[in-house]
Write a protein that binds this ligand. Structure first.
Ligand SMILES: NC(=O)c1ccc[n+]([C@@H]2O[C@H](COP(=O)([O-])OP(=O)(O)OC[C@H]3O[C@@H](n4cnc5c(N)ncnc54)[C@H](O)[C@@H]3O)[C@@H](O)[C@H]2O)c1
Length: 303
């Protein structure tokens, strides 16, 4: 997501310092920006302080897929919590406005559908997803405490499942998994019986909402949901991907992982009221664009 955000900001004429420790990200995703005079790439880990001069900060640093954030769960919590402290410290020192890429995971396995921003969530504090969910919850707490204590200008967005080109092909998220499996002619693996639902937002729509929200008046802090409310079962998604890729792959069912939420759907009324935002990319067009990217990744890997 950060590469798409950087690209859009650079194209709008902003100067962008993009920092990444390349834990899940890749230089290749910003290679096309490296020669642009308004773009600078720094290898930096947000768990360490950073001293630069900026007027806006988008804090997106954090592995987002379960296989990546569960590989080193202590580092995941550190990235969210120490990362938030360091970036909020930078915002305080430079008087910059700061946006936190929070997540629908702060709602945990919710009892209310769709999830509105005033729902406090139902999160397991000691499970295998907690490093991510609780790390992001604590980051939100820190954002609101910096706002109350220091008048730091904050914006918190809660992002629901987002997909698109430049995803890591092996990051284990459902859209990338299914597309790669279908394109390679492998069977598609569904965890559970496929009846769990998700809503999928195309990355361009998400970035558009994020930038609009960042530039609202200071008194609007969020949290604000961003995501596509059109729900699909995982089984429907698998079937659609098999159809789009014209693949002969079959669908295989595996046991559901622990704490996997059964249903996820954003209520985006607030985004619609505040920034007039509604996702405009339907699942079919988004999947076709993402498929083209993965086709290229697979082709390159076979060279
Ligand atoms: N994609 C989604 O569906 C989704 C949903 C909710 C929230 N989010 C949030 O949005 C942000 C971006 O997600 P994404 O989908 O692009 O994931 P991603 O894994 O592709 O990107 C995360 C980036 O953060 C970098 N990173 C990780 N730890 C770091 C550290 N300690 N210091 C510096 N950089 C670090 C990674 O190398 C990577 O480039 C994340 O904070 C994620 O939690 C994403």
């Amino acid at each position: 997501m950060g590469s798409h955000l950087s690209e859009k900001l650079v194209m709008e004429g902003h100067e962008v310092i993009c920092l990444d420790n390349f834990y899940t990200g890749s230089k290749a995703n910003v290679a096309h920006l490296l020669s642009h005079p308004n773009f600078e790439l720094l290898r930096h880990d947000v768990t360490f302080p950073l001293y630069v001069e900026v007027d806006q900060i988008y804090n997106l640093a954090c592995p987002a897929s379960p296989i990546h954030y569960q590989r080193d769960p202590v580092q995941t919590t550190k990235t969210s919590v120490h990362g938030a402290i360091n970036m909020l410290g930078l915002a305080k020192r430079t008087n910059a406005r700061i946006l936190q890429a929070s997540t629908s995971e702060v709602y945990g396995d919710p009892e209310v559908h769709p999830q509105e921003e005033n729902y406090w969530g139902r999160v397991n504090p000691i499970g295998i997803r907690s490093c991510y969910d609780e790390g992001k919850r604590c980051a939100e707490t820190l954002f609101f405490d910096y706002w109350r204590q220091n008048n730091t200008e904050i914006k918190v967005v809660r992002i629901f499942n987002t997909y698109g080109p430049r995803m890591h092909p092996a990051d284990g998220r459902v859209v990338s998994n299914f597309l790669v499996q279908a394109l390679m002619g492998q069977d598609l693996t569904i965890y559970g019986d496929g009846s769990q639902t998700r809503s999928f937002c195309f990355v361009d729509d998400l970035i558009d909402g994020m930038i609009k929200f960042m530039n609202l008046p200071a008194e609007i802090t969020g949290p604000m949901n961003l995501g596509n409310p059109t729900e699909f079962t995982i089984l429907e998604l698998a079937e659609k991907i098999i159809q789009i890729t014209n693949s002969n792959s079959k669908i295989l069912m595996h046991p559901l992982p622990l704490d996997d939420p059964k249903q996820r759907k954003p209520d985006i009324s607030l985004a619609s009221t505040l920034i007039g935002w509604n996702p405009i990319t339907d699942i079919e067009s988004g999947l076709i664009k993402t498929m083209a990217y993965f086709e290229n990744v697979i082709k390159e890997s076979r060279k």
